[in-house]
Design a protein. Structure first.
Length: 352
């Protein structure tokens, strides 16, 4: 809206991407801070609390904590974006479809759990994957419709290693499914998923800015993709919303994001990685999510093949809980690992 208004008034201030991104960040943060207390009051009155798994008895004290807080930072993001973004950009629409689509899948799952009071209720694993695949297909289809390039790039190489062509469709869908569920697995401690998500989103937003800028992309030897820079508005808005959410989600948490938030964040991170031609680099950018997922895979595989566990409990953050690490120490150390990994990811662009 501000973008269209600036065009109408022939004023150039809001034509600057950086100005609109800054405004989007502040607006989303403010909207979250304003709406969240009202949501918490409603959620507490309706007992919309997070059901605690019987396998994590140490978290019984969290059973009265409201969930589905992800809906608030998604709403705040949308409100901020409406006021600042250029809606003629197809890549913006792809980001919105991704964020809202995966958020709705998570919301359906959360409602099932909350209404039943059982953490194992909600969508079945197959049902959840099916709905996620539909949203991923819509986002992927829009990218191909917009003429988005399908070449695959890897760190330290200035040229694409090969063109995925139509194989980009299943590859990108798999990326969406893997990333959404990886973030979902990480969301197990107060603020554990929130900060690594903010870091990853800001890193990928920086990469997208490089990719959309003709001069910088040429200097860093990365592909220049016209139009993707506008998605930086969504990056800034969601980051602002997550900063506001962190105010309430930091230890000890007053609210959880639920699958509503974690699936939306995971899908959006995957979308940004695709736009920034950083599909492979996402392993480093989302290192915490990768570690958490691998720990679950190792635990399940080891137990099925050998009848023994690798970790005291999986995902791995529960392993450290079982080793009596204080929760806030686990959280902050995981944040530190995420920050360092993302610095390394950005540094890698200078070695092409």
């Amino acid at each position: 809206m501000l973008y269209e208004l600036s065009e109408l008034l022939h004023h150039t201030l809001f034509g600057y991407l950086s100005v609109r991104a800054g405004i989007a960040f502040i607006l989303a943060f403010a909207f979250t801070m304003i709406i969240m207390p009202k949501y918490l009051a409603w959620a507490i009155s309706k007992n919309a609390n997070q059901p605690i798994s019987k396998y994590v008895p140490a978290h019984e004290s969290k059973g009265k904590t409201p969930t589905m807080g992800g809906a608030i930072f998604i709403l705040a993001t949308l409100l901020a974006v409406i006021l600042t973004v250029d809606f003629s950009n197809l890549y913006v629409w792809g980001g919105l479809i991704t964020l809202v689509g995966f958020g709705l899948v998570g919301l359906k799952d959360d409602l099932g759990k909350v209404l039943s009071g059982d953490n194992l209720e909600g969508l079945t694993p197959r049902g959840k994957i099916f709905l996620q695949a539909i949203v991923a297909s819509l986002s992927t289809g829009l990218l191909l419709y917009a003429g988005f390039p399908t070449e695959l790039y890897v760190p330290f190489f200035k040229n694409a290693i090969f063109d995925l062509s139509y194989f980009a469709i299943p590859f990108w869908i798999l990326m969406f499914l893997a990333t959404t569920n990886a973030v979902n697995l990480t969301d197990g401690l107060d603020g554990l998923a929130t900060v690594p998500s903010i870091i990853a989103i800001l890193t990928l937003g920086t990469i997208i800015y490089f990719t959309g800028h003709a001069i910088i992309s040429n200097y860093l030897l990365v592909p220049n993709i016209k139009g993707v820079g506008e998605v930086l508005i969504l990056v800034a808005a969601l980051s602002g919303g997550l900063f506001g959410f962190l105010w309430f989600n930091s230890y000890p948490a007053e609210v959880f994001m639920g699958d509503t938030g974690s699936l939306a964040i995971g899908g959006f991170i995957a979308y940004l990685a695709i736009l920034g031609k950083s599909e492979v680099l996402l392993v480093l950018i989302g290192i915490i999510f990768v570690i958490e997922t691998i720990s679950v895979i190792m635990q399940v595989a080891s137990f099925k093949l050998r009848g023994k566990r690798v970790f005291l409990m999986a995902p791995i953050h529960h392993h450290f809980e079982m080793k009596k690490w204080p929760e806030n120490k686990i959280i902050v150390r995981f944040w530190m690992i995420s920050f360092i990994a993302n610095i390394l990811a950005l540094i890698s662009f200078k070695f092409r």
